[in-house]
Structures are given as C-alpha cells and as structure tokens.
Write a protein that binds this ligand. Structure first.
Ligand SMILES: [Zn+2]
Ligand SMILES: [Zn+2]
Length: 142
C-alpha cells in the first residue's frame, strides 16, 4: 500500500504502474542526446530510487525493455510509449524513474543538471542549479 514512505507512478495510458520507497537517492535533469531523443523533450528529469524498494504494480506484459547503450537499459510502455525507467549496470542497486510519471511530490526537488554540455542549443535554463558535464556527464563544467 502506498503511504508516506512510498510513491506510485504510471505511464500515460495507465497499463503500466509501479511504486518505490522513499527516501529517493537523487533527482536531476539529464540533457544527454539519448534522453532527449527517447522522450522527444528538451531534457528529462530523473529520480534515482533504491532497486530494493522498487516494484511493478501492473503491466509487466506491456513493458518493453531495450539496451540503449553498452551499460544502459531503458523501459517504456508498449501501448502508449511512455518512457519509464533507466537502469545501468554501473549502478545496479539504483533504478532511475522518470519523475514526470510519479504521482505527487517526492522528498526532494531536482538538484542539478547532468550532461549539460550535451544540451540542445534551443534549451534555455534559467535556474541556479549546478551544471555538470564532460565525458561522464557529471563533472563540473567551469
Ligand atoms: Zn502506457
Ligand atoms: Zn540522459
């Protein structure tokens, strides 16, 4: 049951649902070209959660998973196309969830921008959050 220590989320059509436990581990905006392309958006806001506290509630039969890089796997709803998860073999204990699909507020606001130097040149960012980039996408740019 969802409570104060859990959050639920779902895809656009509702076929796929999931839940995860708080506290979350991080929350940030990713400007990498793969996120941009897979979401059709300027950038994607991810929230990292502990794999041990994540579970699918429904829709396992609608879920499509595919390798998007040598270490990453992305999951989306095969019915409506909503992007749902990013998982990396570099961080096997963490699941990255698309914040936009989560119901209600989580326990932290977005904290930073990653892969900022890979951003689309039509993306204007006006906040004062740290902007990271470089080969890993997570190094200081200044
Ligand atoms: Zn769906
Ligand atoms: Zn990305």
């Amino acid at each position: 049951m969802p409570g104060g220590d859990r959050r639920e989320g779902r895809c656009l059509c509702g076929a796929v649902g999931f839940e995860f436990a708080l506290p979350t581990l991080f929350c940030g905006h990713c400007h990498c070209s793969m996120c941009r392309r897979s979401h059709g958006a300027a950038y994607v806001t991810w929230v990292g959660v502990a794999r041990a506290g994540f579970r699918w509630l429904r829709g396992a039969d609608a879920l499509i998973r595919y390798p998007s890089s040598d270490h990453g796997t992305r999951s989306f709803c095969g019915r409506c196309g909503s992007s749902l998860l990013f998982e990396s073999t570099r961080r096997p204990e963490v699941v990255d969830v698309v914040l936009a699909n989560v119901e209600g507020r989580i326990d932290r606001p977005p904290q930073l921008h990653v892969h900022f130097d890979d951003r689309a040149d039509w993306t204007l960012v006006g906040d004062a959050l740290p902007r990271l980039g470089g080969p890993t996408g997570m190094e200081p740019l200044d």
